[in-house]
Structure formats: structure tokens, C-alpha cells
Design a protein around this ligand. Structure first.
Ligand SMILES: N[C@@H](Cc1c[nH]c[nH+]1)C(=O)O
Length: 356
């Protein structure tokens, strides 16, 4: 097989030719400040080690977070960056997958026209794999987030749903509970009635105050009205949207009539499709799934996409990416900038090229 590193450098050079600046974030990254930004899955899969002077360090699980941090501390605007190098993630559930592999990425920080930036990233990345047989999935986490934020329910319930957007089954279970579709477990009912409190020494990780706060939150939640049937129907319909972009847009516009909170996110999808079409993307046949992208990178909050090799369901994505506006805010110390990017996996690309 051809050298993966060389293939990675070639791919990076194509992004450099588009005007991106090459960056080389260190392999060792501060875990205490950065690890939380990835979310639960990556937090459990990062290689973390301690350093007496620098504190907990991790092998970078991706480039996006270090690049955002670098950009927010001293980047000029707008900016385009490219990089190539290894990332590290433990694969405890899937020994077939590598825990160390190369990525080549392209990241755009540009506040002028987010739809155009989405289209730019998508079309450049797609062009890099255009010679291979692939299929694409696209989605928009921002639509689901807007739907959750728009629910007529308590802040605490919305926060819980937002946290679990990334875990579709837990998300579903919460919705079922908040809407009264499933009844409250007997143990919870007993707890709320004040039964079952035992006079035991406090030996757990949580302090007595934390336990009391949690019980108070459960009482508040029990007193809240259920999420209405009508809202649940819109959410159910939204989660099922799986069409080509023009049909998906039609369905989403219909849903926005009943749930105006998603309107501006749907308008964003419309603008992106127009921007993609003007870059030559065949939008009429481009798949869109409202539930797509609820995966390991919890910093996405808008456009998401993945490109897969045809006939290789066992392989991870050849390319994937999305928008992460809120991440720039979290690392920006008051500043923020809309941002979007994606990575290619040169190792998989070279493997498929060799097989062709
Ligand atoms: N960093 C992401 C890919 C990405 C780059 N930019 C935006 N998303 C990953 O490793 O999966």
C-alpha cells in the first residue's frame, strides 16, 4: 500500500491550494480544559496521562478542538486552516477499528455567510473522494436543538434533552417520560412520597446537599405538566424526516407551521441547499436525515455530514464534519465566530484506491 502519510500530505496540499493555512497542533493536549468539550463518548475513549507540571494531558482525540482554541486565542478573521496527522481514540467496543489513525482536515472560521461556508467545506471534501464510489449522509443538529429549545416545558427538562441529543435511546426515554407516555417508576414514586429514605451513613460520591438538590429537582419535575401530545407528534415526525433535500425541506416547512421554533433553522437548511447547488452539488438527490449526526462529537450544532464507501458497511466514514458555532463561544472567552469543518481519512482512502 502506498504511504498513508504521503497521501495525507497530498490531500492537505489541495486544501492549502484553496488558501488554507497549515497548522500543526501538538499531539499532547491539556485534558482538564479540553476533554469536556467533546462529550461523553470521547471523554471515555481518550488516552489521558498525568504530568506533574502541566496537569492531565491527553493524546489529541481530534484536531478541531485544538484548532478552535488556537484560533480563538490569536487567529485573524476570517480564517481557513488545514492539517494532517494522527488522532487517538480507544476502541474498546470495536477491536477491528484503529485507535490511532491519520486525519486530514479543513476548518473555516467565517462570519459572513455560514451557508456558503457549509457548502464550501462540503464540496471541497466531496471532491477529494469524488474518484471513489461513495454515498453521503447529511443532517442538521441545529433543527433538533431548536425543536427541543422550543418545547413548552421546564428549563430543566430542556437541558436534560439537550444533553442527551447525542444518545438517541436515552433521549427517547426522556421524551416518553416527560410526555407521560410511560409512567413514573415505582421507586421514583416512593421516593417522591418521602418513603424509602433510609437513615444510612453517607459513604457515596455525592454529598448530602447534592442528594437533597437532586430530590428537590425530582419533586419539581413531578409537578411539571407533561409535554403535550401535539408537541410530541411534531418531534416524532421531525425525528423521522429522511428524504432527499427538497422533500425534506418541504416536510420541515410543514412541521415549522406547528413548531415555529424550528423556522429559522429550516431557513438555514434552505440557504445551505442553495449555496450547495451553486457549487455544483446535486442537491435534488442529496439525502437529508433529521436524526443524522447524533454521534460521538458533541460539539456539532448545525450542518453535519458523512461520506461512506459503497459496499463497505464495516468501514467508518471516509470523511465527516459539521458546524460547531457554540464550541468557538465556549473557547472564546467572550468572543465567538461561526465555524465549520471536516476531516478525511487518508488511510481508508488509500486502501480503497489500492483496491480499485
Ligand atoms: N474533528 C471531527 C471532524 C471535524 C472537523 N471539523 C469539523 N468536524 C472528527 O474528528 O470527527
Amino acid at each position: 500500500m502506498r504511504n498513508v502519510r504521503m497521501r495525507a500530505m497530498e490531500l492537505r496540499a489541495t486544501f492549502e491550494m484553496q488558501g488554507a493555512t497549515v497548522v500543526e497542533p501538538p499531539v499532547l493536549q491539556p485534558a482538564e480544559t479540553l476533554l469536556d468539550l467533546y462529550g461523553e463518548d470521547i471523554r471515555a475513549r481518550a488516552y489521558v496521562t498525568s504530568d506533574a507540571l502541566k496537569g492531565e494531558q491527553m493524546l489529541r482525540p481530534d484536531f478541531t478542538v485544538p484548532v478552535v482554541q488556537m484560533h480563538m486565542s490569536d487567529g485573524a478573521e476570517p480564517a481557513r486552516y488545514t492539517y494532517a496527522g494522527e488522532v487517538f481514540r480507544r476502541q474498546e467496543h470495536d477491536p477491528e477499528r484503529s485507535s490511532e489513525y491519520m486525519q486530514v482536515g479543513y476548518e473555516v472560521f467565517d462570519r459572513t455567510d455560514p451557508a456558503a461556508a457549509d457548502a464550501e467545506v462540503f464540496s471541497l471534501i466531496s471532491q477529494s473522494v469524488a474518484h471513489l464510489n461513495t454515498h453521503v449522509a447529511t443532517g442538521d443538529i441545529g433543527i433538533l436543538m431548536a425543536a427541543v429549545q422550543g418545547l413548552n416545558t421546564t428549563r430543566a427538562r430542556k437541558d436534560a434533552l439537550m444533553r442527551h441529543i447525542w444518545r438517541p435511546r436515552r433521549f427517547r426515554a426522556l421524551l416518553d417520560r416527560f410526555s407521560g407516555r410511560v409512567s413514573v417508576p415505582a421507586s421514583r414514586v416512593a421516593l417522591l412520597r418521602g418513603e424509602g429514605t433510609v437513615d444510612a451513613p453517607n459513604i457515596g460520591l455525592r454529598s448530602a446537599a447534592e442528594i437533597e438538590a437532586r430530590i428537590a429537582a425530582l419533586h419539581q419535575d413531578a409537578a411539571a405538566a407533561p409535554i403535550s401530545q401535539a408537541e410530541m407528534e411534531v418531534i416524532d415526525a421531525l425525528l423521522k424526516v429522511r428524504e432527499t433535500v427538497p422533500y425534506a425541506l418541504q416536510q420541515l416547512r410543514d412541521l415549522a407551521v406547528d413548531m415555529p421554533a424550528i423556522s429559522s433553522a429550516v431557513t438555514g437548511l434552505d440557504a445551505r441547499s442553495t449555496a450547495m447547488a451553486s457549487r455544483g452539488v446535486d442537491v435534488d438527490n442529496l439525502p437529508f436525515e433529521a436524526s443524522y449526526g447524533r454521534t460521538s462529537m458533541e460539539y456539532y450544532d448545525g450542518f453535519v455530514f458523512g461520506i461512506y464507501a459503497d459496499g463497505h458497511p464495516e468501514l467508518p466514514t471516509l470523511a465527516s464534519g459539521g458546524r460547531y458555532d457554540a464550541l468557538t463561544r465556549r473557547l472564546g472567552q467572550g468572543a465567538e465566530i461561526p465555524a465549520v469543518g471536516a476531516v478525511l481519512r487518508p488511510g481508508l482512502i488509500a486502501e480503497l484506491e489500492d483496491a480499485a
